[in-house]
Design a binder for this molecule. Structure first.
Ligand code: ADP
Length: 356
């Protein structure tokens, strides 16, 4: 029967998910130079098949000039949006089986985080980023399973700026009657919007963008200094057994990770930088505590970790895309980005070993 077919599919998916060994996978993506910079020297010396990337400092000589970092995978500048998404698919699909998952984009401003998560142009599906591909997949599979499981899907969009929630979708801007049985995040005023297809989500994104633009003088500046969290909630009811499963997927475009020169930053800029540093290190601390199986996980130290609490640790699956810009001017940030990422990736190995 179709029900058994779904169970069998689930078993296969489940095994694929278990294959995502360790708590956190880390993928590194190198963005291409802009057209005007094409003959600039790159700080990326080589990318190995096995997830190694060598960074070179062209101004130095000898052994000190090179450094190798290792991740689960490294994507070169030629990687397409489709290739970027391909390995993420099983994780996204596991959400329909009742898992929670988190996908992060990390890196300095301009390194390609938004390109990976959203893509440059929503009108062309080929360039869609992880967000839309994930939703397209979720709707596709839920339709395939419709005779066995009835799914409801809802989304929430939350922005965190200076440790405060900024809502681009609120009950006041959307005329929605939410009769669904989905449970949203416990964030005051965050609106959970039921959706039936990818187009619904694209429409919401547009409304969200418009709302964000209102009153924000320097929108581009703010968006690089805020964390944006798109959360997809799924509730499935098995038709034969009436049992219910719930899963959620967080798609997180983090604030730019660049350090601010303490002597130069003042006023608003300094405050923003301090909030970003605080929340990114809170994220690192939560991940470390999880890996050490610490009895106390410090979720409450930042809004970001509070929002993601149910989806970090436990049976949740986490994936981080770290982004680097290969231009020489970014060398310092590239090294510190890769060091942060290596810390996250080494935690994965630790967790995998202790599970043996
Ligand atoms: P971030 O979100 O990290 O600040 P963006 O995603 O806005 O960075 O990328 C900065 C610029 O680089 C944009 O113009 C974007 O289109 C371009 N870009 C980033 N990654 C790629 C890529 N893989 N291929 C082509 N262009 C890219």
């Amino acid at each position: 029967s179709s029900y058994h077919k779904v169970l069998e599919e689930n078993r296969i998916l489940y095994n694929q998910v278990l294959d995502l060994k360790g708590a956190i996978r880390v993928y590194c993506r190198v963005r291409p130079f802009s057209p005007g910079q094409s003959n600039e020297q790159s700080t990326v010396d080589y990318i190995g098949e096995n997830g190694n990337i060598m960074i070179v400092n062209p101004l130095k000589q000898g052994k000190d000039a090179r450094r190798v970092f290792s991740f689960n995978k490294v994507f070169a500048t030629s990687a397409t949006q489709e290739q970027i998404y391909a390995d993420t698919k099983p994780l996204v699909r596991s959400v329909l089986d009742g898992y929670n998952a988190c996908i992060f984009a990390y890196g300095q401003t301009g390194s390609g985080k938004t390109y990976t998560m959203s893509g440059p142009d929503l009108k062309t599906e080929e360039t869609w980023g992880v967000n839309y591909r994930a939703l397209r997949d979720l709707f596709h599979i839920s339709k395939e399973r419709a005779t066995a499981i009835k799914y409801e899907v809802g989304v929430q969009m939350i922005e965190i700026y200076n440790e405060q929630y900024v809502h681009s979708l609120t009950r006041y801007t959307l005329d929605i009657r939410n009769n669904s049985q989905l449970n949203g995040l416990n964030v005051p005023d965050a609106c959970l919007v039921p959706v039936n297809c990818t187009q619904d989500v694209l429409d919401l994104m547009e409304i969200g963008q418009r709302n964000r633009a209102v009153g924000a003088t320097a929108l581009n500046v703010r968006s690089s200094r805020s964390h944006s969290v798109l959360t997809v909630h799924v509730r499935g009811k098995e038709i034969e057994s009436n049992s219910v499963l719930k899963g959620c997927l967080h798609l997180v475009d983090l604030a730019g990770s660049e350090r601010v020169d303490k002597s130069e930053a003042v006023g608003e800029r300094l405050k923003e930088a301090q909030h970003i540093n605080k929340s990114l290190s809170a994220l690192g601390d939560v991940i470390s505590a999880l890996a050490q199986k610490s009895p106390h996980i410090p979720y409450r130290n930042s809004k970001l970790t509070q929002v993601l609490q149910d989806s970090l640790g436990g049976h949740a699956k986490t994936l981080m895309f770290v982004h680097i810009n290969p231009e020489i001017n970014s060398l310092g940030e590239t090294i510190s980005t890769l060091k942060f990422a290596e810390r996250v990736a080494s935690i994965e190995l630790g967790a995998a070993q202790s599970n043996k």
